[in-house]
Design a protein around this ligand. Sequence first.
Ligand code: ZN
Length: 437
Amino acid sequence: MTYSFMSPPNAGRFVLSNATLPAVAVEGYSATAIEGLVHADLIIEDGLVAGIVAPGTAPQELAKSDLRDGMVWPCFADVHTHLDKGHIWPRNNNPDGTFMGALTSVGADRATHWNAEDVRKRMEFSLRSAYAHGTNLIRTHLDSPAPQHLISFDVFGEVRDAWKDKIALQAVALFPMDDMVNETYFAELVATVKRAGALIGGVPKMGPDLTWQLDTLFRAASDNGLDVDLHVDETDDPAAETLRAIAEAVLRNGFTGKVTAGHCCSLARQDDELAKRTVELVAKAGISIISLPMCNMYLQDRYPGRTPRWRGVTLFKELAAAGVQTAVASDNTRDPFYAYGDLDAVEVFREAVRILQLDHPLDTAARVVTTSPADVAGRPDTGRIAVGRPADLVLFSARRWSEFLSRPQSDRVVLRRGKVIDRSLPDYRELDSVLGA
Ligand SMILES: [Zn+2]
């Protein structure tokens, strides 16, 4: 019996032979890498990776699927998403595609529609897509102005439990930092976040309140053992320097939790010296940076009647070179902040390679949707292929980068605990009941 990558053996113990692996996402195996890719046989046993050996050296008696050099990746981590906003586009779109248009539209949609059933239905839809695409770890921000925080965190808790064997879920309370002056609300929010085992986040803005807001936030996070994940400088305005302010606040407060900053677009608009100083501070403060290339390219530098001249992304390479933990993620899907997207990490990777020029060579690029985001999320047990870990793997026909990056890889096969999953995507019609037909 011969098996192909499309139908690996449904057995307790089998071999995926002649696989091509992104070396950066493999632990405990070394071989000569060509542009970051190595060849190996993977032995799968009882749902776990039981061995990573040189091609042709796995036990001959085992059932074998010859991948003919097709790639095998670990399941993906997508650590900056907005499951609560996902798919509202047909109901409230973005009339001009701008950041302000997005804020206004989402605010109106939230105020009118975001009851528990609506949020749950769209979240589940997004998770089914992400699961089918091969993702097993997601961090989502949840819009948390009162009283939305209570609704969304309740739903999130139920969804996280229901999905725990398929996708590990983390949540961040994305709240209006100006509302911190309302002490009752802020205390209740912190308690909600703590109860949910979630993170606290927000959108710090330049201004006279920034220092107080950041100090109060980090003190509250410290007192309650919370990590912090902020939306930062999502603008083309070089005067936006909240990233620097955040790094200073982390150091000033001696904050020891994990801090993540998403976007950081304006850093790429500042003069080299100023940007360099901020990058150094970010490294010193141990802040992780998530770039959202698809959403940034969509929203940034968009003005009516004018062709964009900037890709919208942060100084990804400079940050990484300074030792900052960096990753990329989906951000929004089919909502006013990004009209498209399906929580497909392969699309995110492909676009990140193009927008951020992670290629030539691609040596370690595969880390940006695997090991790096898993590490940012504090889950170094995921996002890599290693002996003893679950065989949560994505199998591709593509053998090398030019093949991988030129097609959407829609024929990929996803194994969870060594078993092929049903990769059917949910039908958009299923959302008609909440979005209107
Ligand atoms: Zn975001």
